[in-house]
Design a protein around this ligand. Structure first.
Ligand SMILES: C[S@@+](CC[C@H](N)C(=O)[O-])C[C@H]1O[C@@H](n2cnc3c(N)ncnc32)[C@H](O)[C@@H]1O
Length: 262
């Protein structure tokens, strides 16, 4: 679970918005200019770098800071060359069967999966419960909205303030997508990218992930899609209607109703 004692907010004197962020998230704060010496009391800092909100690990040999980048890097590369609706995530959500699906991404994280789905024509609402991750997401979404190239995609993305547990059954959507954190074994942890280590350190694993499935089943009109690492047990111990197995992970699909129905 999230351990705020290892995270602080760093800001320069003029960066009042970051200072406000510290207050909002109830995190300790430091002015980088005069109090740099205290920075290493914390494992991670939330700070501004090149106009982006980033999370940075402190100390020697720390990996590159992480931010939400939807208009460049790996996410952009995947949009252009990732295989479109041929990707397993698209097949799992049923994008080959129906256009313009509405989707709740109930475990949004850094928004990469949500962006793939929106770039393939879905209208996606993002839910993220950890405050600092939601702030990174909000910052990344705001910056991506300024990029003309992907303006149409960004119009299909919205960020909620709560979690799906606050959503009423009447507000259902076509598909609910779940990708909770799973405790990796040593073998698979080698594959976890260095820069994503903060997720493991700070967010931990989502021990209550099982409870997402029954709620998602109430909110989905057609299906619930669960992304799982290879070898992980079924969420909530429930066998899916079918699964799509990939190299490093799989999608479990819980069908409620055929996508051919209205
Ligand atoms: C593995 S990450 C998701 C990565 C994401 N699919 C992506 O493409 O970037 C899981 C995220 O789900 C969030 N999460 C877990 N349970 C949640 C819940 N009940 N409500 C909202 N967010 C949740 C965690 O805080 C974490 O950020």
């Amino acid at each position: 679970m999230f351990t705020p004692s290892t995270l602080a907010v760093a800001y320069r004197n003029s960066e009042t918005h970051i200072r406000d962020l510290a207050q909002r998230l109830q995190l300790p704060k430091y002015r980088l200019t005069s109090e740099l010496k205290f920075v290493t009391d914390y494992d991670y800092l939330l700070m501004h770098q090149d106009d982006a909100l980033v999370i940075a690990k402190t100390g020697k040999g720390a990996p590159k800071p992480v931010s939400v980048e939807l208009a460049s890097g790996a996410v952009d590369h995947r949009r252009k060359f990732g295989g479109g609706k041929g990707q397993d995530i698209a097949k799992a959500c049923g994008l080959t069967k129906r256009q313009g699906l509405t989707i709740f991404d109930a475990t949004a994280g850094l928004g990469r999966d949500a962006f793939v789905l929106a770039s393939l024509g879905c209208n996606v609402t993002l839910y993220e419960r950890v405050g600092f991750v939601r702030e990174l997401l909000c910052d990344g979404v705001d910056r991506a909205k300024m990029v003309v190239d992907i303006a149409d995609i960004m119009e299909r993305i919205s960020l909620a303030l709560d979690t799906i547990f606050e959503v009423e059954e009447e507000e259902c959507v076509d598909v609910v997508y779940l990708d909770p954190m799973f405790p990796h074994n040593d073998k698979s942890s080698a594959a976890v990218k260095k820069e994503m280590a903060f997720f493991r350190d700070l967010v931990g694993h989502d021990a209550d992930a099982d409870s997402l499935l029954p709620k998602a089943m109430l909110l989905a009109r057609y299906r619930v899609v669960v992304k799982r690492p290879k070898g992980a047990p079924y969420l909530n111990g429930e066998e899916p209607s079918f699964r799509l197995d990939g190299k490093s992970g799989r999608f479990d699909i819980y069908v409620k109703r055929s996508l051919d129905h209205n």
